[in-house]
Structures are given as C-alpha cells and as structure tokens.
Design a protein around this ligand. Structure first.
Ligand SMILES: [Zn+2]
Length: 164
C-alpha cells in the first residue's frame, strides 16, 4: 500500500510539474507578445513576472550544484520545446539559448533584446537553488540580429569561486 501511495504522489508531482512548465511556456509567449517589438517600458514588468514564476519553478528542480542546475534547465528547455539552453562559459558565467521559442520569430532583429522574462526567471532560480545573489543581463538576442540569446550572470559569490 505504501508503495502505491508513493507512486501516486510521484505521478501527481509529475502532472503538477508538467502543468506548471506548460503555463510558463504560455506566459513566455504572452510576455513576448506584450513586449512587442519595443519592450522599453514593459521590461521591468516582464522581468518581474519571470522572477515570480522562477521562484515557483525552483520547487520542481532538484539540482544542488551549478553543473546539475544547468543540466536540469537544459532538460526543461528541451522537454517543453522552449529552445536549447547551453552553457557558453563558467567564468564569466554565460548561458546561450538557441531556437528560442518566444523570440526566434524576430531573428532578423528589431535592435533590442526581447527576453527580460527569462532574465527574471533564471535569476530567481539561481537565487533559490544555489543561494547566488545575481544580476542577469541578456547581452545578445534574436532581437539584436543574433541567431540565439545570450545571458551573462553576474554574481560576487561565483566570481569568488566559493561555489565550485
Ligand atoms: Zn532573447
């Protein structure tokens, strides 16, 4: 009986996770539409939305190290067809997202970065899972004539190397 209860819990957790990340996918797309081609004054709102959802996302993640976290995020990005999330470099800490689900349509460029939602989302997860106070800036984007989005993560703890 105990085994059955455990399996039921696990199934419910997986269903909850699937529903949650499907909602994140929808929020990303809606955020991009809200953002339009000129996200200036909406940037803070979108980052805040991503940040709040990032905190919620953290409870589904098991990683306890940077390497595990990047693997786990890569898996989520591919499982929910959000694109391909990859580590570009550890020092400085830079992540790339290829085939970005919500901004790839603007790959020919609008001259500004379009992914403040993801800046907030990843920032919250790094804080929650690794205790890293950080600032994330999207330095390249489909919106700035690139084939991918690139996020630079600035964090004192990481630069000090304490986490590795
Ligand atoms: Zn982007």
């Amino acid at each position: 009986m105990k085994m059955i209860a455990k399996e039921k819990d696990e199934t419910e957790r997986e269903e909850s996770e699937e529903l949650f990340f499907s909602a994140v996918r929808l929020a990303m797309k809606s955020a991009k539409e809200l953002c339009g081609l000129d996200p200036k004054e909406k940037r803070i709102t979108l980052k805040r939305l991503g940040y709040e959802l990032g905190h919620s996302a953290s409870r589904y993640l098991k990683a306890t190290t940077m390497e595990e976290l990047i693997d786990e995020l890569s898996l989520i990005w591919s499982s929910y067809s959000l694109g391909q999330l990859e580590l570009f470099s550890l020092k400085p800490l830079i992540l790339d997202i290829y085939d970005c689900y919500d901004c790839l349509g603007n790959r020919y460029g609008v001259g500004v970065t379009l992914c403040p939602f993801k800046e907030g989302f990843l920032k919250a997860i790094l804080e929650d899972k690794l205790g890293l106070k950080n600032e994330i800036v999207e330095i390249e984007c489909c919106g700035t004539f690139q084939t991918h989005c690139k996020f630079e993560i600035k964090t004192k703890e990481f630069e000090g190397g304490n986490k590795f």
